[in-house]
Write a protein that binds this ligand. Structure first.
Ligand SMILES: [Zn+2]
Length: 88
């Protein structure tokens, strides 16, 4: 049986799966309270508004957690490859 879960941002109802929500260990359901499209939209706006702050944080995090840098590199590689595929 598939539970549904309401996004607290757009109010839409979606299956409570990782296809529609992201993992959030701090929440009761283990999933984020916002659906993925809402998270993506918020993330875009947040990054645009806080570009400097995020870059500064990234520099700090890098020095504290080498594994995070490796994860970030892998993510960016995958992202670039996806973009290239879209444009081709
Ligand atoms: Zn939503």
């Amino acid at each position: 049986m598939l539970d549904t879960k309401a996004c607290t941002k757009c109010g839409g109802s979606f299956p409570a799966t990782l296809e529609y929500f992201r993992q959030d260990r701090s929440s009761d359901s283990g999933l984020t309270r916002w659906c993925k499209p809402c998270l993506a939209e918020y993330g875009r706006a947040y990054r645009a508004a806080n570009r400097e702050k995020i870059n500064a944080c990234k520099r700090r995090c890098r020095s504290q957690d080498p594994a995070a840098l490796e994860r970030e590199r892998a993510y960016q590689r995958a992202y670039r490859e996806r973009r290239r595929g879209e444009q081709a």
